[in-house]
Design a protein around this ligand. Structure first.
Ligand code: MG
Length: 106
């Protein structure tokens, strides 16, 4: 599935048919932070709870939840997920964030 398809599906649930389209960014931002918190909580459980084993798929599930809200926010900022991915790819390739100076081929 291509990012744009994911975004279309996310938007369909974010803006149910017949409902007015709103561009409030706070709601999806809070939700994204909540999902990032869920991801962090999994790591906390995995790392610090004796005997706990967090399945890799639990992380992937939470990453998907983050992707959902990223799709909504990208739309609200006028981008498809594909465009956002491309911009980030260029940012990483150009080393603009200073983290991936040797990341040729990523
Ligand atoms: Mg979640």
């Amino acid at each position: 599935m291509f990012p744009d398809e994911i975004q279309k599906r996310a938007l369909k649930t974010w803006y149910p048919e017949g409902q007015e389209i709103h561009h409030d960014k706070l709601h999806p931002l809070i939700a994204l932070a909540g999902e990032a918190g869920e991801l962090l909580n999994l790591y906390k459980k995995d790392r610090y709870k004796p005997g706990a084993v967090v399945d890799r798929w639990a992380y992937i599930d939470e990453l998907g939840d983050c992707l959902y809200y990223l799709a909504i926010l990208a739309y609200q900022y006028g981008l498809t997920l594909d465009q956002l991915s491309q911009l980030n790819r260029e940012k990483l390739r150009d080393g603009k964030n200073g983290w991936f100076e040797n990341a040729e081929g990523l």
